[in-house]
Design a protein around this ligand. Structure first.
Ligand SMILES: [Zn+2]
Length: 288
């Protein structure tokens, strides 16, 4: 039986907004394989609060694979596995709702929550947060980096095996009565789950990302000006146009020049999809 620890980070409070996943596979009492991947959420929307937690920004995931592409890399191993997660309800919800968003079937597996495990085995701990448990076991890790979190979670499970005197994670889970069945909600797909994932209809980023995009910059005296990022000419190029008086005389007013240089200081905070396009525009322009 495959045993793997999994950890997701999300772009917003919506479960189907995974922007990173970490995996740590356990074999013969040790972590034998680790992986980490950024994920491009379907609508590229990020909440500032989530960015503060994990530090992943829209431009980090522009070229990242979509959820089905990432899922295809481990879907077959998930089938029939024991999935270990810290606060498993969260990660299972992300998995379930992301699959549902892309109309993919949920594989059949069982789950072990390492928060429940920690409460059971180490009731003396001041709390059972991942960071607290990781410190207890001497792990240095970057909290809310999905790869490190998954590894920390796997380590808790392995420490649990030692503490409980079980033979392995599987036996420990049963002995402590902590196994949770995750049942497929739909009929099993014909063909491999990974194949289905790769063929899944990947929703485009949405009409809101076609542009033009409107921004507001604060002028030196606090006057707000409109800046438009819009397609220009026939060659598929884009350009920034500013509504300030200076822009009437030069193609590059001080506001547009600052944005061209990647200086967003005077930009009024703007929703993520538009920011993604502005950042991409600036990056591509710098490359030419
Ligand atoms: Zn201007």
């Amino acid at each position: 039986m495959t045993i793997l620890a999994i950890d997701f980070e999300t772009a917003t409070s919506a479960a189907a907004s995974a922007c990173a996943v970490g995996l740590a596979f356990i074999e013969d009492g040790a972590v034998t394989q680790r992986s980490y991947s950024l994920i491009r959420p379907a609508d590229l929307r990020f909440d500032p609060g989530n960015i503060r937690v994990h530090g992943i920004r829209p431009h980090d995931v522009l070229d990242a694979p979509s959820f089905p592409q990432v899922f295809a890399g481990f879907a077959d191993r998930l089938d029939g596995a024991l999935v270990v997660a810290h606060n498993a309800s969260f990660d299972l919800k992300v998995l379930r709702e992301s699959l549902s968003l892309y109309n993919l079937p949920l594989p059949r597996f069982s789950a072990l929550c390492t928060v429940a495990l920690s409460r059971r085995l180490w009731p003396d701990s001041p709390n059972h947060k991942l960071s607290t448990m990781a410190a207890r076991f001497g792990l240095g890790f970057r909290h809310h980096h999905a790869g490190d979190d998954a590894y920390a979670c796997a380590t808790i499970a392995l420490e649990g095996v030692q503490a409980s005197g079980a033979r392995d994670v599987n036996e420990m889970t049963d002995r402590l009565g902590l196994r949770r069945a995750v049942t497929a909600q739909r009929a099993r797909a014909a063909g491999g789950i990974a194949d289905r994932a790769l063929k899944a209809q990947v929703r485009p980023a949405g009409a809101a990302t076609k542009g033009p995009f409107r921004f507001t910059v604060r002028g030196s005296r606090g006057t707000p000006y409109d800046v438009l990022l819009a397609p220009f000419g026939l060659a598929g190029a884009w350009r920034l146009a500013c509504s300030c008086p200076g822009a009437r005389f030069r193609s590059e007013c001080r506001h547009v020049r600052a944005l061209h240089e990647g200086d967003f200081t005077d930009l009024v905070p703007t929703e993520a999809p538009a920011m993604v396009h502005l950042e991409r525009f600036v990056l591509e322009r710098a490359r030419v």
